[in-house]
Design a protein around this ligand. Structure first.
Ligand code: IPE
Ligand code: IPE
Ligand code: MG
Length: 239
């Protein structure tokens, strides 16, 4: 029996690119390249399914620990996507927003990100891209913003309203590919009542069938938000 409507907001942890490449005796960079293709396809699939918001973990605040050539390759793929996105803003009807601390990124990239955000802001499907993102860092930033507004005592609303996800709200469903069962500093505040779906499928292999499996699993679950199923009013976040 289906318990839930389809998720309005899905967040993805795109993991397993490196292992996908290793299995093929290729450099890790090839895995990221393939992963970037999957990302583009999954955006289209979510659009076809009428989802309101999607969030992708592209680069964590901890991913700087990787070799420079790998970080550079990821940043180049990100830049290529933004250049294409800028070209296709009207056709794609996707509103792109970036989550994370952009200050350490290359100035040219930051300029491109600003332009993409600005030019896509009237589009429909909300696409959050988490880049140099860390959940702990995000909460600290939110608290500091609230303090700057003159707050002396911080409430849950102060934090919620100052998160990078202010437009999309919290994800209903978090999908992690690549077999690890952990959150890796992703949306740690926002996932308080999210449903989780973990799969061993490596991100470059994630396809339509896998997406529908994740959505199906979500729809078969019952969300209670601390309440009781019998009461009929389970509450939950409104987008
Ligand atoms: C996820 O794939 C992509 C990023 C972290 C940017 P990984 O690169 O972590 O792939 P694995 O986990 O090593 O296979
Ligand atoms: C999480 O994957 C970050 C992204 C997908 C961008 P990682 O591969 O960095 O996570 P850990 O190191 O296995 O926890
Ligand atoms: Mg990984």
């Amino acid at each position: 029996m289906s318990e839930n409507k389809p998720p309005r907001h899905i967040a993805f942890i795109m993991d397993g690119n490196g292992r996908w490449a290793k299995m093929r005796n290729m450099p890790r960079e090839n895995g990221h390249k393939e992963g970037a293709k999957t990302f583009r396809k999954v955006v289209d699939m979510c659009k076809d399914r009428g989802i309101d918001a999607i969030t992708f973990y592209a680069f964590s605040s901890e991913n700087w620990k990787r070799p420079k050539h790998e970080v550079d390759a990821i940043m180049l793929l990100f830049r290529d996507y933004l250049i294409d996105a800028l070209d296709e803003i009207v056709k794609n009807d996707v509103r792109i927003v970036f989550l994370g601390d952009r200050t350490p990124l290359a100035q040219k990239l930051i300029t491109l990100m600003d332009e993409v955000e600005q030019k896509s802001k009237n589009n429909k499907l909300l696409l959050n891209i988490a880049i140099n993102y860390g959940g702990k860092q995000e909460i600290v930033t939110a608290v500091n913003k609230a303090l700057k507004e003159g707050k002396t005592e911080i409430t849950e609303e102060d934090i919620q309203n100052n998160l990078y996800t202010v437009l999309s709200g919290d994800p209903d469903l978090i999908v992690r590919t690549g077999g690890e069962i952990r959150i890796s500093n992703y949306l740690i505040w926002q996932s308080a009542y999210s449903e989780f779906y973990f799969t061993d499928v490596l991100w470059p292999d994630f396809d339509e069938k896998e997406l529908d499996k994740a959505i199906g699993a979500y729809m078969s679950r019952q969300r209670r938000f601390g309440g009781l199923a019998e009461s009929g009013d389970l509450g939950g976040e409104k987008l």
